[in-house]
Design a protein. Structure first.
Length: 145
């Protein structure tokens, strides 16, 4: 990023946005990129799988084997901690070749990348409207009172 550039101007110049995160709660940057019509390549972690429909609005990269759905929260934390330790000792993820393939796919298939970006934008603008989200938060707060 050059001095004076905003995040949005950088996203606007990008073909796609790549987020090979090991941990991600929601992925606001991915959502902002999608709202700007950019497909995203993201890790299958946190809330990212909820916003990226593989092959339709972006690409999901598996960074690891996932804990089973019926694992307790404690088992998931133990699993995440052991995974983090392994990643730190290896200093890379096992999915580097998959990530490279995903980037190559979007960078060499311009028409599909443009279409994926358009689908991302349409979905993100329809699904995450500011007014709608504010109303949902207000309703949630009312229920808590």
């Amino acid at each position: 990023m050059r001095d004076g550039d905003s995040v949005f101007s950088v996203i606007n110049e990008a073909t796609c946005i790549v987020m090979p995160s090991l941990f991600e709660v929601f992925g606001l940057v991915a959502l902002e990129a999608m709202q700007m019509g950019r497909p995203v390549i993201v890790s299958h972690v946190g809330g990212l799988p909820e916003i990226v429909s593989p092959g339709e609005r972006g690409l999901l990269i598996p960074l690891r084997e996932f804990p089973r759905e019926n694992d307790s929260p404690l088992e998931r934390v133990k699993w995440d901690n052991s995974f983090r330790e392994k990643q730190q000792t290896r200093n890379q993820t096992d999915s580097t070749p998959i990530l490279c393939d995903a980037m190559e796919t979007l960078l060499t298939n311009q028409q599909e990348t443009i279409q994926m970006g358009a689908r991302s934008r349409e979905w993100a603008l329809k699904t995450y409207l500011l007014e709608e989200n504010v109303n949902q938060y207000e309703e949630l707060f009312k229920q808590c009172l």
